[in-house]
Design a protein around this ligand. Structure first.
Ligand SMILES: [Zn+2]
Length: 309
């Protein structure tokens, strides 16, 4: 709800200072005048009378804060009740004798009151027609007809609607052991499932997780052959090679002048590398410790073996 805070009273002569009791009571007043909400808020802010109200509500349902909630308003001509009350000054939509307020004003009053009760721990309100309840009327404290016959007649409805707004929303009961799960994707490659899970969690689905369903096949689907296990190719360089096995940068011709070093298979009892790529016939790309990714020549005449695992 939009609350205009431009007209908050700060003048110490117009309020009772910090409250002496916790907020417990709601007191709707009428202002006995058909004026705009802004006109009313502005009047209360600027009048030299010792007057304030926690909130001011206009005919269109516009809400102005008139005083900080922590301060005791001067609205009900009784400091003992105002010190524990939130007070509302509501502009009338019609004058004497009924002093009506608009539906929009009443709706705003209800919405605002629900919010106040929630914030101040008021679990329930009651209008009993006397001071036993926690919705009170100005006329119980001073010789005034405030809040007028119409607003007074609304009080049971006011209490009912606030309590409705304060009721916790019922949560549906679980149906026995049933669980409803939401599927957002199915992947045959684990890495893709991991990626999708990461994205889902990033979007706020904190409880998302991967279910490994094995090779589940829907009854209507044709049986698919199991995918072949992925094998990798490795090149093994014989330990008999004692002359060094030249390595070449990926972007250069594999000729002697371009070699940047050489592997020493004999020093390690032979060497084995995964074949990462085959850029040319008899040329393979491998990952080395000393030179990073390089190409090596594995012509027929060289002492090497290709194995798959
Ligand atoms: Zn009043």
């Amino acid at each position: 709800m939009d609350i205009n805070r431009d007209y908050i009273v700060t003048d110490r002569k117009k309020h009772g200072g910090p409250r002496k009791k916790a907020i417990r009571v709601l007191i709707p007043h009428h202002n006995a005048g058909v004026v705009s909400g802004q006109g009313l808020a502005s009047y209360i802010k600027t009048t030299t009378r010792a007057l304030s109200a926690t909130y001011i509500i206009g005919q269109k349902g516009e809400v102005f804060q008139g005083l900080d909630e922590s301060l005791e308003p001067y609205t009900t001509s009784n400091r003992a009740i105002d010190t524990e009350a939130i007070t509302f000054e509501i502009a009338n939509s019609k004058g004497a004798p009924n002093w009506e307020i608009s539906n929009a004003s009443f709706d705003a009053l209800v919405e605002l009151s629900i919010d106040i009760c929630k914030r101040h721990g008021i679990k329930e309100v009651s209008y009993t027609g006397d001071k036993r309840g926690n919705i009170h009327l100005h006329k119980w404290y001073a010789s005034t007809s405030c809040p007028g016959p119409y607003v007074e007649s609304l009080m049971p409805e006011y209490a009912r609607r606030i309590n409705e707004g304060l009721k916790p929303k019922p949560t549906p009961k679980p149906e026995g052991d049933k669980m409803y799960k939401i599927q957002i994707g199915a992947y045959s490659v684990k890495a893709n499932a991991d990626k999708a899970l990461k994205e889902a969690i990033a979007k706020g689905y904190k409880d998302a997780y991967i279910v490994d369903s094995g090779s589940v096949t829907k009854p209507s689907d044709p049986i698919k052959p199991a995918p072949k296990p992925v094998t990798k190719e490795y090149v093994q360089l014989s330990k008999e090679v004692t002359t060094g096995w030249r390595v070449y940068p990926l972007n250069k011709e594999p000729v002697v002048k371009n070699a940047i070093g050489s592997l020493q298979p004999h020093k390690f009892g032979g060497l084995e590398y995964e074949v990462l790529a085959r850029p040319m016939t008899d040329l393979v790309t491998i990952q080395t410790r000393d030179w990073g990714k390089v190409n090596i020549y594995i012509g027929k005449e060289t002492a090497h073996k290709i194995v798959r695992k």
